[in-house]
Design a protein around this ligand. Structure first.
Ligand SMILES: Cc1cc2nc3c(=O)[nH]c(=O)nc-3n(C[C@H](O)[C@H](O)[C@H](O)COP(=O)(O)OP(=O)(O)OC[C@H]3O[C@@H](n4cnc5c(N)ncnc54)[C@H](O)[C@@H]3O)c2cc1C
Length: 316
């Protein structure tokens, strides 16, 4: 029996809620709308099922990638040779207890933000305009307007490669700027957030104001994956790219946004190759004109060469 057969059996043993598809186009599961097929795509519904996938990964040595909403991902045109897992069901639940909320990794950030506001809880107002999941926000330490997701995390639950759940306190999660240490584990499954109680109207107004500011200053109409580059220390990647005259610069179907230069848009059936060539062009221009190295914020999936700098030497 191969790993595909075993994966099918794992899914069949569950309640029937989970979805399994082979050769699933990942362009359907990313905000960029780019990416070839995954050998297998499964929506996992329970802890037991997730643990079975972790064990299958070890037994067959098959690559597994957990994705959230795909809002910070660039998937290669060739796709992914392993299993792509998305968390649904028990992972898509929120539970409030006083100022705490226990939130599954599959919950969307806008839902978390709006539900917390309705409960009169402050701390995640910034997250309404971030179209990711709690899992993605934990891995990326997503943030905006001076707040980051890690700031409100009391502890995180992760699954190990052996399929065991362990709890990590805030200080063990390794939160940094658009980074955490949680990708060392098989999967982030949930988090306990400590929020602050306040007035529902004040919290809701703050959340809506931040959202309006965001949609006025960033592109939301076209497919993209958020900020392509991390801001260098004490600098703005968007400003540097703009000052290099790159707003509107286009390679194939990929274009630098004219609204915010740190966003690359999939304007017209862009390929991952178009996007990465544009990324390399931007990095080269900013290095030459400003002497600054821009590091990608967006995560790559399915590229034989792990990092952008390795990829750069391939397409140069
Ligand atoms: C229009 C737009 C605006 C955005 N604005 C912001 C912003 O203001 N601030 C900001 O920080 N980001 C922003 N982003 C980027 C993105 O929304 C965030 O990084 C978000 O946290 C990613 O979540 P996701 O669920 O989409 O993760 P994905 O893109 O699916 O995955 C991101 C990474 O996390 C990993 N991952 C996801 N879930 C898990 C899990 N449960 N366990 C282990 N690994 C996991 C994936 O393998 C991948 O490496 C924006 C994106 C868009 C498209």
């Amino acid at each position: 029996m191969g790993w595909k057969k075993e994966l099918t059996l794992i899914v069949q043993c569950q309640s029937g809620v989970s979805k399994l598809r082979f050769d699933e186009p990942l362009s359907k599961h990313t905000y960029f709308g780019i990416g070839g097929p995954a050998a297998a795509y499964v929506e996992v519904n329970s802890i037991g099922e997730l643990a079975a996938v972790a064990q299958l990964k070890r037994r067959w040595n098959v690559p597994v990638a957990i994705i959230g909403r795909g809002s910070n991902l660039l998937v290669s045109d060739a796709g992914y040779t392993g299993i792509v897992v998305r968390l649904i069901g028990v992972f898509d639940q929120l539970e409030f207890d006083g100022n705490h909320v226990h939130v599954g990794a599959g919950v969307s950030l806008p839902r978390l933000s709006k539900t917390a506001a309705r409960h009169g809880l402050s701390g995640v107002e910034f997250a309404l305009g971030i179209p990711g999941s709690v899992g993605g926000a934990l891995i990326m330490n997503a943030g905006a307007w001076g707040s980051s997701f890690g700031d409100v995390v009391e502890h995180v639950e992760v699954m190990t490669d052996e399929g065991k759940l362990i709890r990590l306190g805030h200080d063990d999660a390794g939160f940094g700027y658009r980074h955490s240490g949680l990708n060392a584990y098989f999967c982030a499954t949930s988090a306990l957030l400590q929020l602050t109680s306040g007035d529902v109207k004040t919290i809701t107004d703050c959340m809506n104001t931040l959202y309006q500011k965001k949609i006025a200053s960033q592109p939301f109409a076209e497919e993209n994956s958020g900020c392509m580059f991390k801001n260098p220390p004490d600098n703005s990647a968007g400003k540097l790219i703009d000052e290099c005259g790159l707003k509107g610069y286009r390679i194939g179907g990929a274009k630098v946004s004219e609204i915010h230069a740190n966003f690359i848009l999939n304007l017209d059936n862009a390929t991952a190759q178009d996007v990465l060539e544009l990324v390399c062009h931007i990095q080269t221009c900013v290095k030459q004109d400003k002497g600054v190295d821009l590091e990608m914020e967006v995560k790559l999936l399915g590229f034989e060469y792990g990092t952008n700098s390795e990829y750069r030497t391939i397409i140069a």
